[in-house]
Design a protein around this ligand. Structure first.
Ligand SMILES: N[C@@H](CCC(=O)N[C@@H](CS)C(=O)NCC(=O)O)C(=O)O
Length: 250
């Protein structure tokens, strides 16, 4: 009998800003992989070479030597199923626990993701990706985001457990959802506090996931923390320039 999963040579195509949890899954579990950075700002995801790998032109995407796979949740599940060394709590064998994880992952992609990604795109990131900021789209995304944070706090984080679905250990769902919310770090701090301050459990859960995955959490978010500093500086400069009497030194 041929056992395939001993022959993996994983290549992960990703943009360092959008981590999608699966980068963590590999690092936290000590699985070796090659990284290929696809810079969305430079439109590398639209190159013919990348489209050979993912015709949708999206990251993340993997090639594991035998086949190509896109869609972050499908990849998270694939790794957790393929590597026996990945501890059970990340993607439990128990069928009902697994089904609950699928449930929260599906909810994420139709609620939290459009809310969080739409808001950050339309309030901060768009110019870096060659698009314009859009306040109407931002307002729509904010509604979805606020509703999603409320559902997170009251449904998915219901009870006193540290992680989603009443769990005392993290799963791939915690990785995926926390990574989604981490991109909101690049918002103006006042804006971020306004959105998050009603949701104490959400804040605690992000911190629980951070602690459970250190030192990897801070290492893999280095680029994001750098982007946060850059956007904070730009905002400070913008505020100073718009003050009457300010003379640019440039
Ligand atoms: N549902 C997909 C979403 C993938 C996705 O939209 N990735 C974005 C980065 S956040 C992307 O590649 N955007 C490039 C584009 O849409 O042009 C997943 O979870 O993998």
């Amino acid at each position: 009998m041929e056992i395939h999963f001993f022959y993996f040579s994983i290549i992960l195509y990703f943009d360092a800003f959008f981590l999608f949890g699966l980068y963590f899954e590999l690092r936290v579990n000590g699985i070796e992989f090659d990284e290929v950075l696809i810079n969305l700002a430079k439109r590398q995801h639209l190159s013919p070479e990348f489209k050979e790998i993912n015709p949708l032109g999206k990251v993340p995407t993997i090639v594991d030597g035998r086949f190509k796979l896109f869609e972050s949740h499908a990849i998270l599940i694939y790794f957790a199923s393929a590597f026996p060394s990945i501890a059970d709590h990340w993607y439990p064998n128990d069928l009902s626990k697994r089904a609950k994880i699928h449930s929260v992952l599906d909810w994420h992609h139709t609620n939290l993701r459009p809310g969080a990604a739409g808001y950050v795109l339309n309030t901060v990131l768009a110019p870096a990706l060659g698009r314009s900021l859009d306040s109407e789209a931002a307002a729509e995304s904010e509604k979805i985001l606020t509703k999603s944070l409320f559902s997170l706090e009251t449904i998915w984080l219901k009870g006193n457990a540290k992680f989603l679905l009443g769990s005392y250990q993290p799963s791939i769902a915690d990785l995926s959802l926390v990574c989604e919310l981490m991109q909101l770090q690049v918002l103006d701090e006042k804006d971020r506090l306004r959105l998050f301050s009603p949701y104490k459990k959400v804040d605690e859960w992000i911190e629980n996931t951070r602690k459970a995955t250190q030192p990897h959490f801070d290492v893999v978010h280095k680029i994001l923390y750098g982007a946060k500093d850059k956007f904070d500086k730009q905002r400070k400069m913008g505020a100073t320039i718009s003050k009457p009497g300010f003379q640019s030194k440039m």
